[in-house]
Design a protein around this ligand. Structure first.
Ligand code: B12
Length: 216
């Protein structure tokens, strides 16, 4: 039977076909989708992050790993359509203006989806006004912002300011995350919460919305 270690290695190797095959194997042998994500895919991506940081892995390889991970996630999402998943709430998610990092954001989105949240992923480089428009359109419970650069962190505050200006701030909870983000920063800019990883982000959503999301 496939195991988590093989799956994280396939992500690390950027081997999409293998990642898909192993994901299918794990799911068909009854392994929970959240475990496939948390113990296999995320572990692989975390290793990618470490190696990239130490200059032992380079951009094209990082992108291949991200693509491998995304292919595996598609398999998981398809499987979830097989049964009617009750919605735990709606989340508008995006990486802030000027920032193109989306691996962590995608993981957060995936974990939320696998916990029954409906996620509207706006993508990367999202201007404050686009978050505002999305809140008007989708009426989410939560706005979740990601930033990986110290230079783009302040866009989180700008987005919160834009939500206040549009009179929408009180209708939603704002959560933030990304490598340079801290609880102190979240408090400083008036966000409702911060989480250091995707699993904790789901816990945070549950806490803020008072919803008992589907748990593993
Ligand atoms: C991969 C990567 C890239 C890839 C991005 C590919 C992609 N599609 O995302 C590429 C190669 C394109 C890239 C480009 C750049 N990068 Co880069 N990149 C990284 C790297 C190595 C890993 C990031 C990552 O994916 N980690 C893995 C994921 C799983 O972790 P994560 O993102 O932190 O997300 C987790 C948590 O933070 C949290 N989380 C994330 N978002 C959210 C949101 C919410 C709401 C919540 C609750 C939680 C949450 O949950 C996630 C899952 O557990 C980091 C180093 C690092 N250690 O962070 C540098 C890093 C972020 N990059 C850096 C830099 C400088 C750049 C560039 C400016 C380089 C350049 N000179 O061109 C450009 C910027 C481009 C831009 N405008 O955005 C610096 C930032 C320095 C700083 N302090 O600002 C870092 C820290 C590297 C370094 N040590 O110098 N990068």
């Amino acid at each position: 039977m496939a195991n988590f270690e093989e799956l994280s290695q396939a992500v690390l190797d950027g081997d999409g076909d293998k990642a898909v095959e192993l994901t299918k194997d794990l799911l068909s042998s009854g392994v929970d989708a959240q475990d496939v994500i948390a113990k296999g895919l995320i572990v692989g991506m975390e290793k990618v992050g470490e190696l990239f940081k130490n200059n032992e892995m380079f951009v094209p390889e990082v992108l291949m790993s991200a693509a491998a991970m995304n292919s595996a996630v598609e398999v998981i999402k398809e499987g979830q359509n097989d049964f009617d998943m009750p919605s735990s709430g709606k989340v508008v998610l995006g990486t802030v203006k000027g920032d193109l990092h989306d691996i962590g954001k995608n993981l957060v989105g995936m974990m939320m989806e696998s916990n029954g949240y409906t996620v509207y992923d706006l993508g990367v480089d999202i201007e404050p006004d686009k978050f505002v428009d999305a809140v008007k359109e989708y009426k989410p419970d939560i706005v979740a912002m990601s930033a990986l650069l110290t230079t783009t962190m302040m866009e989180m505050k700008n987005t919160i300011d834009a939500l206040v200006e549009a009179g929408l701030r009180d209708s939603i909870k704002v959560i933030i995350g990304g490598a340079p983000i801290t609880q102190g920063f979240a408090d400083e800019i008036g966000a409702d919460g911060y989480a250091e990883d995707a699993a904790t982000a789901v816990e945070l959503c549950k806490k803020l919305t008072g919803v008992e999301a589907l748990s593993a």
